[in-house]
Design a binder for this molecule. Structure first.
Ligand code: NCD
Length: 304
């Protein structure tokens, strides 16, 4: 039985195959309407979510399967003190596949050791978010037609942003990716990403403090929200939360075919006026998330 805990659990070939399947699902939705009949997906969300949980559920429904689960730890027995291990052990008797989000790094990995059904990590603390990475890769490939030869800028909370960590890891296996890290000093990417991904793979990257100094060079700008829930004190969050606001004047010197991505939810970091610019891809990205999760559910349930 396979689980998906870290984006590196999938080989490059498997990722490319998943993206191909997602493209085919988009082109021929009707072909897939019944492939998961009789199967159940459980969504165990110990932390808030809109897109990830609902796109997982919509994905399973569009494959003809059923869904069950909870959307906060308050409405599960974890509020009575049940361990993640026990919850998962039980739910894996009810469901064929489980998507789980938890505020603690490593919780889905622990769950995978106890579960009788495949576990998909739907976000663990500030650590990983592999299905957002699949969403991002599908979006980049559909927007740009390639996953290599790209200059990508990551902007905002690179310290706590799990989507950033997972996407960097996944992209490190494609050729000629040039990384530009745009953040305040306090929100730089964690040391372990610098060491275990960049240094280990011999990848160089630029580190800057403003969008303006690099925007004209980027093929992709990956904006992120400052992750309030991971800060130790509110004063630091308030000081840093509006460091970057992407608006139309900032886009003046950007390439005409720049793709602006954001995992969402957005707070203030992208002005609403940018939404109407064709370079804004984030709502298409959210839709891609459903299709790539359909592909992933099929793969993990070994459905042809
Ligand atoms: C992201 C997450 O949960 O990490 N959202 C998502 O899944 N689309 C990003 C965020 O919460 O800022």
């Amino acid at each position: 039985m396979r689980h998906l805990i870290d984006p590196m659990d999938l080989s490059v070939q498997e990722i490319d195959d998943l993206l191909d399947l997602a493209d085919d699902i988009i082109a021929h939705k009707e072909k897939y309407a019944k492939v998961c009949e009789g199967k159940k997906l459980a969504t165990l969300f110990f932390e808030p979510s809109t897109r990830t949980r609902l796109s997982f559920e919509a994905a399973m429904m569009e494959l003809g399967g059923n869904v069950l689960g909870f959307s906060s730890s308050d409405s599960s027995s974890s509020s009575k003190g049940e361990s993640v291990a026990d919850t998962v052990k039980v739910v894996s008797c009810y469901a064929d596949i489980i998507a789980m989000r938890h505020p603690k790094e490593g919780a889905p990995l622990l769950a995978s050791m106890k579960s009788d059904s495949p576990i998909i990590n739907a976000g663990d603390g500030g650590h990983n978010h592999p299905t957002q990475t699949l969403t991002d890769l599908l979006t980049i490939r559909r927007e740009k037609g390639r996953l290599n030869n790209i200059t990508i800028g990551f902007c905002g909370d690179l310290k706590f942003g799990r989507t950033v960590h997972s996407l960097i890891k996944a992209l490190s296996r494609y050729d000629n990716i040039h990384y530009v890290m745009i953040s305040p000093e306090e929100l730089e990417i964690p040391k372990y990403i610098k060491e275990e991904v960049f240094e280990k793979e011999g990848i160089t990257y630029d580190q800057v403090r403003t969008i303006d100094e690099v925007i004209d060079k980027l093929d992709i700008l990956y904006m992120t929200r400052v992750q309030r829930e991971r800060f130790f004190n509110e004063a630091d969050y308030i000081r840093l939360k509006d460091t970057y606001i992407l608006d139309m004047p900032k886009l003046k010197s950007a390439k005409e075919d720049l793709s602006i991505l954001h995992p969402l939810p957005r707070v203030n970091e992208i002005a609403v006026e940018v939404d109407d610019d064709p370079r804004a891809c984030y709502f298409r990205q959210a839709l891609n998330g459903k299709y790539v999760r359909m592909a992933l559910i099929m793969k993990m349930l070994e459905i042809d």
